[in-house]
Design a protein around this ligand. Structure first.
Ligand SMILES: Cc1cc2nc3c(=O)[nH]c(=O)nc-3n(C[C@H](O)[C@H](O)[C@H](O)COP(=O)(O)OP(=O)(O)OC[C@H]3O[C@@H](n4cnc5c(N)ncnc54)[C@H](O)[C@@H]3O)c2cc1C
Length: 438
């Protein structure tokens, strides 16, 4: 029996979930059951894998186990940009290999399109808007990065539109930004609502259990998974635990556990909306990767996201006060006309990255499969990885799938404390480089 060594422990400060109001009582796993397939983790990877396994095997039973409440994970705590191409601008390298860059975009788009199809077929209410994202620069250096990004997009024949400072001010209400690049194909949503909607509209042969943390696993054929109140036996197990993935004994010293943080204001009053001006809905990606993501929402709230913290225990609580102070500063820099507006919620979410940028999508042991590690942009990537993993398990092939299933594996980290120091120093260096873009 393997004791799961890294377990999620989320708080009730996820603004996206809290603004939805009370949720129905969770259905947890109780008693001892069996299933043809079990998926651990109701994030984008796990939700997609469970759905696709069910679609491909309508006569088989699929169990999806989630440790917490639906939507109270990184998937439901993220900023809600379902992106089709590079979230963070890598001016260098993005267009070194245009064929690969195009395949990467096609892969993300397959994830966006599959989600689009499900959301509209199932009528999932998640404020789905195919508005695109605006990469915006607040500094001269940021403007140079944007110009590099535009050149990268030209190289892969991607459409975009540039905004000057006046257009940024007209759209955003604030004069903080010097220029912007609108890339039209990404989607903005309330991520917690999307996660709940995806889980609630599963095919008939999927049972979803919330508050059902897997604490012990007996790997074998069949595997036995123990939760606090029940157990399930299965010959086929999918691990989709991402930020907690290392806890199952695979990928030891290969994943980099990080927390990134979001905050959301209270709703603006009529007077504050008038003072701010601008459009009532937009999503801004910072020109610098360590800068601040911003979303203004039709419900009159504004979201701020920045900073990455290394946490071996994927701890999303320690340090939250310090993070919140930085979020407040980032908010006030952008919206000086709203000095009295407070952040109502601040929260963290756990992710796994890998040193070489490779993700996980494939078998890891006999009857054990895994999908995880999407380098911080898992809405589209995690969805398509989960879907392709299910198809791969059923023997299907697809040239796009090969990008995930036959690619590189996460490389080994430097031993701790060097790994931790390296990641922390890198994060600090990036923050310093971001300057006022934070
Ligand atoms: C603040 C923030 C902003 C972000 N913004 C964006 C964005 O705008 N766009 C984007 O694409 N990505 C964004 N991300 C990244 C995105 O959230 C992740 O890439 C994505 O959630 C990964 O999905 P996942 O399914 O792999 O993992 P998760 O969403 O973490 O899901 C894994 C699940 O496994 C469960 N689990 C773990 N261990 C166990 C266990 N023992 N038993 C049962 N269940 C278990 C966890 O509770 C969790 O629900 C952001 C992340 C954060 C935190």
């Amino acid at each position: 029996m393997t004791r799961v060594s890294l377990l999620p422990s989320y708080d009730d400060q996820n603004g996206w979930l809290e603004i939805l109001g009370p949720q129905p009582e969770p259905v947890s796993l109780t008693g001892d059951i069996e299933a043809d397939h079990v998926v651990i983790g109701a994030g984008y990877g796990g939700l997609a894998a469970a759905r696709r396994l069910a679609e491909l095997n309508p006569d088989q039973s699929i169990v999806l186990l989630e440790a917490d409440r639906l939507g109270n994970n990184a998937a439901g705590r993220c900023s809600g940009f379902i992106i089709d191409h590079a979230h963070n601008i890598r001016a260098k390298g993005f267009n070194d290999d245009t064929a690969n860059a195009k395949r990467g975009i096609a892969l993300n788009r397959a994830g966006v399109d599959w989600l689009d199809e499900i959301v509209h077929r199932e009528g999932i209410d998640c404020d789905w808007r195919r508005e695109g994202k605006i990469h915006a620069a607040a500094s001269k250096k940021g403007e140079e990065t944007l110009a590099g990004f535009a050149a990268s997009l030209d190289a892969v024949d991607e459409e975009y539109q540039m905004y000057d400072a006046a257009e940024c001010q007209r759209r955003f209400g604030t004069g903080f930004y010097r220029s912007g690049l609108h890339a039209p194909h990404s989607v903005l949503v309330n991520p917690a609502q999307l996660v709940i909607g995806l889980a609630k509209t599963m095919p008939h042969n999927v049972e979803v259990y919330e508050d059902s943390m897997v604490v012990d696993v007996d790997f074998g054929l069949p595997h036995t998974l123990k939760t606090l109140q029940g157990s399930v036996r299965t010959p086929s197990l999918v691990l989709a635990a991402n930020g907690f993935g290392e806890g199952f004994g695979f990928f030891t010293n290969k994943l980099i556990p990080l927390i990134t943080w979001g905050s959301m204001t209270r709703p603006l009053t009529d007077d504050e909306v008038d003072r701010l001006g601008g459009e009532d809905n937009y999503g801004i990606i910072p020109a610098h990767p360590a800068g601040t993501t911003v979303r203004r929402r039709p419900d009159r709230r504004i979201l701020i996201r920045n900073q990455y913290t290394f946490s071996r225990k994927s701890d999303i609580v320690t340090g939250i006060e310090k993070v919140k102070r930085t979020h407040e500063k980032s908010f006030r820099n952008r919206y000086p006309m709203l000095p009295e507006v407070e952040l109502e919620y601040s929260w963290g979410g756990a992710l796994s990255l890998s040193r070489n940028g490779a993700g996980v999508c494939g078998p890891v042991a006999e009857g054990v499969w895994a999908t995880m590690v999407y380098q911080g942009t898992g809405m589209a990537k995690g969805t398509i990885s989960g879907k392709f993993l299910a198809e791969h398990m059923m023997g299907q092939t697809d040239p796009l799938m090969d990008l995930l299933t036959s690619g590189a594996q996460p490389s080994r980290n430097f031993p701790d404390p060097f790994n931790r120091w390296g990641v922390m120093m890198n994060a600090r260096w990036r923050r310093a480089q971001a300057g006022i873009e934070e």
